[in-house]
Design a protein around this ligand. Sequence first.
Ligand code: CP
Length: 307
Amino acid sequence: MNNFVSMKTMTQAEISHLIKRTDWFASSKDADQSTGKKRFVTNLFYEPSTRTKLSFEVAEKRLGFEVIDFQVDHSSVVKGESVYDTAKTIASIGAEAVVIRHPQENAVQELAEQLDIPVINAGDGAGEHPTQSLLDLYTMYKEFRNFKDLNVLIAGDIVHSRVARSNAYALRTLGANVSFASKPEWQDHSLDFPYVDLDDAIETADVVMLLRIQSERHQDAENDGKDTYLQQYGLTVEREGRMKKEAIIMHPAPVNRNVEIADELVECERSRIFKQMEYGVYARMAVLDHLLNWEEEQQYGDHYQTL
Ligand code: CP
């Protein structure tokens, strides 16, 4: 594995390995590393981000990397420099990897094919968000230890969601049952996963993953129907009351409180939303370490074991 751009093409062994490495970073008191020499990485964010960008930065620093500060709005991107020329410049200056978020689907995959240093996808348009998926998988692994026949219900703005895509692909590879619930205009039938009625599926789901309404990707955002969304398609207190006893609530965040999910459920007992953010650091450490420290990682002797 030279890049980390998509869950769709990853094998069960590769995903399992990264979940195990995430667990190692989460549980190891000695997780922080020093590279012993200056090594650099860059985070190139062409779209806004809070948790992905910051948790990559923490993960990079905990692994001993120097993070080259790069702000798109204050760079030659505003003069029209292409993604490739920008990333190639960063590689020429000495970065060993580029973490990139871009609004255009497949922009990251194209860059990965052109660049000779690892490229990590931090979200490409409505395409994929594989590190979010890895931290989501780890959250489920911590809870259930097994993905076989786990019922995962992903509810919300499916057609615009890179999180839904990456998770659906990875969960299917791991043996889980994935279903979608969405209002009709936000369904994506190019994806080969069943659509179900939220009110029926809520009672059998082990994981209920809500998705943010991605108004920034909607042509008619003013008519998103946010005022009535919670009652029609969101997780209300009534629906939460019908979930299985051990079932958990997830959301990649940022959360539109009282839209996808009732405000009082965001931090309720079965919510793992802030745990997901915590695990994001470990998941990103696992990916960076795997791509940049592979030779050392092999010494742990647990590479490519299935869960
Ligand atoms: N979940 C997620 O990608 O959040 P950010 O947009 O804040 O990075």
